[in-house]
Design a protein around this ligand. Structure first.
Ligand code: THU
Length: 137
């Protein structure tokens, strides 16, 4: 699966976005290390805090199906610009690895590639909790 193919899947996934409030559809496509693809869209809620972003929809689909080894996540919106994951999604992404690749697409042919560590430097992550098992108690 190339970055471009994953971007195409994110663009397609955007079609299912449920965005009656923001009218801001977002699509995501997640590639697991096993080569499986899980897509997601944003799903809004009349009680706005219940909204789920496209990235987290894709992650929760993958994890709930037993796939936690995430290779890459592509993200696309309708803007003629790059749409970066929000802070909550960045924190959820880093849960599954600091080297996860993020492909932020303006279009099928125009995308930027980062790692989650680029976008969430000095993060709090599962590594920090593991340190407690050592001499920290
Ligand atoms: N949103 C996403 O789904 N992913 C992003 O990367 C940025 C924001 C959604 C949340 C909400 O449904 C809408 O975009 C406007 O904030």
């Amino acid at each position: 699966m190339t970055d471009k193919e994953l971007v195409r899947k994110a663009i397609e996934a955007k079609e299912n976005a449920y965005v009656p409030y923001s009218k801001f559809p977002v699509g995501a496509a997640l590639l697991t290390k096993e080569g499986k693809v899980y897509t997601g869209c944003n799903i809004e809620c009349a009680s706005y805090g219940g909204t789920n972003c496209a990235e987290r929809t894709a992650i929760f689909k993958s994890v709930s199906e037993g796939y936690r080894d995430i290779e890459a996540i592509a993200v696309a919106s309708d803007l003629d610009d790059y749409t970066y994951p929000c802070g909550i999604c960045r924190q959820v992404i880093v849960e599954y690895g600091k080297d996860i690749k993020l492909i932020i697409a303006k279009s099928e042919n125009d995308f930027r590639v980062h790692t989650i560590e680029d976008l969430l430097p000095n993060s709090f992550s599962p590594d920090d909790l593991e340190k407690m098992d050592g001499g920290n108690k």
